[in-house]
Design a protein around this ligand. Structure first.
Ligand SMILES: Cc1ncc(COP(=O)(O)O)c(C=O)c1O
Length: 470
């Protein structure tokens, strides 16, 4: 499944990089500034130019083509994102078409229909965003929050704090409900805060990638917000399509996701979905929208009006189309089961080696797994060893003594978790940690086997794609 630009391991293969001998590389090389050994090249980038000088700024010297920079042996991307992308997604990402033509509008229609299924919403207004997950977060905040609004931000870590910060920048009076100790927020705490502060908007992450905590009480929190007439913005950047999220049934007002995690698409093209009530509130703003690119009503021109807002990132939208199509083909219940099985098997393998997970099971996110570093082991040394010796990349942390392994999209495949667990254990052993690597590998094997038998019966029903209106 992961071939072409992405190798079966889901990473860029040397055969797919531009070879120095290929015609494409020759033309790129010959025309590239670095290849130009003409008179201008020796002038360099003009960094030492005197102010007021009329001397031309020459092209920079010493620029390598990509195949001189990318590793010959590809890295398996098993960190907190971006994740490996399937070959069809990579191929779609290499195509450029007219952003306002009829083919593009058919693609946009299909992206919206497939997104409706993935967000589990028949009624949401779905917009693509040319930008990272953070741009979609900001789009939700700046469209729904007006200066002076009270915003309640549930803060479990780095990304949920970012939503609070964005709300402050939008002029809101932000109440931060800080959740300490790597725990999911308690429904009772949210209730007290809602009743005390009467927020107009509540922000929350479903999964906090930074410390691998999951706010599994999200459905109840959404219900509370609804009861108190409070709009709720949910960051599902690392969770969408890896675990259940039901926008309509839970009553979420804005859901945000990036392309580069659960969906296994490219970074830089994101999705946002507004509920009818949230959409109405963007129409009834009392204050003008200060943003132009992130104005949902302007974006609506492209996503629902087939007309120009800005030039859409066509290749990225095509990639997203293919990523969503693969999700729809797999179906959400099967995809959730695959993610759960893979993450639980990985977790069993980690513990089987003698390591500990950083978050207690009741609060743990399965989409990104946090592992406590044994004392005396530097995460930089571990990450370096894993990538240089085993060509496996995992992530460090945001200030705590953990490392993180992603379980999103293509990462949640048996061949990828076996390779990653082995690389983790063997690297730690080489760095002096005493571990039982075979026991860990065997725990992984037996857990994945046990899940195989129960997976089909554990599938939860979701709204079928045929029920999603165009
Ligand atoms: C939960 C969560 N929210 C938001 C973001 C921000 O996404 P991006 O880095 O694409 O802006 C991330 C990125 O890791 C994330 O994990």
């Amino acid at each position: 499944m992961t071939t072409g630009i992405n190798s079966p391991a889901g990473v860029i293969s040397p055969a797919d990089t531009i070879s120095a001998k290929s015609p494409g590389a020759n033309s790129l090389g010959a025309n590239s500034p670095g290849a130009n050994k003409g008179p201008c090249a020796s002038k360099g980038s003009g960094a030492n130019k005197e102010p007021g000088s009329t001397e031309d700024i020459g092209p920079p010297i010493g620029i390598s083509p990509l195949d001189g920079l990318l590793p010959e042996e590809p890295l398996l991307m098993m960190g907190a994102g971006p994740v490996p992308i399937p070959a069809r997604v990579a191929a779609a990402n290499s195509i450029v078409i007219n952003h306002l033509g009829s083919t593009m509008s058919q693609i946009v229609e299909q992206v919206k229909r497939m997104s409706s299924y993935v967000f589990q919403s028949e009624h949401a207004r779905i917009l693509g965003v040319a930008g990272p997950g953070s741009a979609a977060m900001e789009m939700a905040v700046v469209n729904l929050v007006e200066p002076g609004d009270v915003v309640l931000s549930v803060c479990n870590g780095y990304f949920s704090n970012r939503l609070a910060e964005m709300s402050e920048r939008a002029g809101a009076d932000v109440i931060r409900l800080q959740v300490s100790g790597e725990q999911a927020v308690s429904v009772e705490d949210v209730k007290v805060h809602i009743e005390t502060h009467r927020p107009r908007v509540l922000t929350i992450v479903q999964g906090e990638t930074s410390n691998t905590v999951c706010n599994h009480t999200l459905p109840e929190i959404c219900r509370l917000a609804r009861e108190h007439d409070c709009l709720i913005i949910v960051d599902a950047v690392c969770t969408l399509s890896t675990m259940p999220l039901e926008m309509d049934a839970w009553g979420i007002d804005a859901v945000i996701t990036g392309g580069q995690k659960g969906l296994s698409s490219i970074p830089g093209v994101s999705l946002i979905a507004f509920s009818p009530r949230a959409w109405q509130s963007t129409l009834e703003r009392k204050t003008p929208m200060r943003h132009w690119c992130l104005d949902a009503q302007l974006a609506n021109r492209f996503w629902y009006g087939k007309s120009y807002h800005y030039t859409a990132p066509v290749s990225g939208v095509l990639a997203l189309h293919e990523a969503l199509r693969l999700v729809c083909n797999e179906t959400l219940p099967k995809r959730f089961a695959r993610h759960l099985r893979s993450s639980k098997a990985l977790q069993a393998g980690i513990e089987g080696m003698g390591l500990t997970l950083s978050v207690a099971e009741a609060h743990r996110l399965n989409s990104v797994v946090g592992i406590n570093l044994p004392s005396g082991l530097e995460s930089a040394a571990l990450l370096d060893h894993m990538s240089s010796v085993y060509r496996v990349e995992i992530s460090g942390s945001f200030g705590t003594d953990i490392v993180r392994i992603g379980q999103m999209g293509e990462q949640s495949r048996a061949h990828n978790i076996f390779r990653t667990l082995h690389a983790l254990g063997s690297s730690m052993q080489s760095l002096g940690v005493s571990l039982d690597v075979p026991s860990g590998m065997s725990a992984l094997e037996s857990t994945i086997g046990a899940f195989k038998h129960t997976a089909d019966t554990a599938l939860s029903p979701v709204m079928p794609i045929t029920q999603i209106s165009a």
